[in-house]
Write a protein that binds this ligand. Sequence first.
Ligand code: ATP
Ligand code: MG
Length: 737
Amino acid sequence: MSIYENLNPQQKEAVCQTEGPLLILAGAGSGKTRVLTHRIAYLIEEKGVNPWNIMAITFTNKAAQEMKERVDQIVGFGSESVWVTTFHSTCVRILRRYIDRIGFDNRFTIYDADDQKSLMKDICKRLQIDTKLYKERALLAQISHAKDQLVSPEEFELNSQGDYSKMRVAEVYKEYQTQLRRNNALDFDDLIMKTVELFQSCPEVLESYQERFRYIMVDEYQDTNLAQFQFVSLLASKYQNLCVVGDDDQSIYKFRGANIENILGFERVFSNTKVIRLEQNYRSTKNILQAANEVIQNNAQRKPKTLWTDNEEGNKVHFRHFLSGFEEAEYVVGDIAQKHREGICSYRDCAVLYRTNAQSRLFEEKFLMANIPYRLVGGVNFYARKEIKDLLSYLKTVDNAKDDLAVRRIINIPKRGIGATTLLRVQEYATEQDISFYDALKEAEKIPKLGRAAVKIQPFVTMIQSLRSEQRSFSVSELLDDVIERTGYVQDLIAEDTDESRARIENIDELITKATTYDKESENPTLGGFLEEVALVADIDTVDPNQDHVLLMTLHSAKGLEFSQVYLAGMEDGIFPSYMTIGSEDPGDMEEERRLCYVGITRAMKDLTMTSVQQRMIRGQAQYNKVSRFIYELPREVVDMGHKIEKKEIKTEVPRNNTYAQMREAFRAKAFQPRQFEVKKADKLSYEVGDTVRHVKFGVGIVKNIVEGGKDYEVTVDFDQVGVKKMFASFAKLKKI
Ligand code: ATP
Ligand code: MG
């Protein structure tokens, strides 16, 4: 068969080994994902397996889509019946069918991070939790972690005995679950945990899925947590045809409960596991691969492996050091513009990767200025925007009026003059009667203390009831249109007529497009199905590969992807590795950060550029960081340092063939002395405290304070538009007016 001839012998072996547990453990770019695709094709074509009996789990919906398309190209039939999805989507589908067996309503809502936060706020108030001591986010993280480990509120409580602060968390966890249940909602972690619970308590359900999914494959297996592992183990326990592929060096989700033990201990759990290693990298040039190999070798906890490649040597890894984040962004954007001009690459071949979302802003500004199309992955997710959440909350209320959070979000949108006291009374009544918030609204006239406020509630209830009755005969997009019309949502925005309101209308148009596409393309469109699809889209899923734009994203979102031109920005100690990691007592944390660096480096096919800056503004404060320790771990001979440093300092003074440690020391000492010549002290300022000045970006403001430092002045200005900012005189270039 010709298609299998494009595989190397190990890959071929992995494709043909269809029976029994199989662990493919291999480094980045060695064709793991490609093997999975071919394996599905092989099962269908060569083994005559019914596509219906195959399940493949990917990390994102986008990856699932790609895998389906690739299988489609290979076999040309049946691929649509292969179940290729993420863990979350898989579990939702199972739960929609069977969750009533464990006492939930099948029409549950899925809560996103925002919903979870609102719910947690309520709970903290109700339980009188001191949110200075127990941050809402930290509480949610602890609950999430417990769920990843399949720890129920009851077990959590048992484990917390004697520890006051943990007992408090246990109390919150319990209440959180109670409230989710009242709202008939599940959070993301519940999706997995409840499915495991379902399998464990209903053997007949488990068996029906075991029969169905006789061949199971999991991509990016190194990032599964205990709950996910339990889920696949249960499914595969009957036929044992489980193939997982992963790379322990790319495990980067420990903070989300990913358990590297799952990969290291696979052979223990599944006896008779066959292990196949792939060692040839097809993605990157020799130089990039060598950089990746050497960096990761600094980790002690890993299964040793070496990757090699037949690809060309390629360019060296570029490292550039700048004075400020502005310069860094300017360089990266300029470099992309130039490569594009010279026809070296399209915009879509370029990706800028960074450690934290906040780093994207400077790049965005420069891309805008340079008129280069870009797409930000992450940041404010489309579905987290106010107008989108408002309208979706209407649809959620129509679909499942038990979702108190959705109902409360929209009860006063548009303004209906229903006050906080009224809402409180309705809530009290709901709690007393043990009914949902919406059901309480329906009985408003029975709530004694409500008085005339009940009249204001009536039209809202009538509207929802009538939308609900339309649900049967209307498509999702028609329903959405109707919500928009009845609420006057867009009319209000038109009346507002600001840049912001126009942007909101555009977003709403986008939502309508989405609903229309859903109506057209799904086999059996329902409102519930639409809301589910929307709840599960990760941001990366919305990237359209046909659009020619540069992608900006965090290193975490870049997993599994590849780009010809990769920029790793913010290579500074304190940014990457992060302060948290540097300060951590657990050496495992630094190893995780280093794996993230390895993931970043190995995204690059042809060119890799790493950048760092001397001074960076973080939350309005200047921060001076050293060049990242990961840069010193790069093998000297594959790095090009930019002309100045390379000629004068490195080539002559770092002896060749030195030991690694000596080389690193020399590198550290010589290469990164601050470039003094660039920080010129502004010897005399043309303005003083009290003067009105203009800044190119922030506009007009009044100088509040000037502090003289060693090399520069730190100037505090109160701007009309953006408030108080501290800045260095030599960068700020303020003009007195
Ligand atoms: P990661 O660890 O980053 O997820 P991976 O191991 O899944 O990487 P793939 O994405 O499957 O690797 O493959 C990397 C690149 O190498 C892809 O462009 C793929 O098409 C190519 N590739 C893989 N195997 C071969 C092969 N035998 N011949 C030619 N190209 C290959
Ligand atoms: Mg892959």
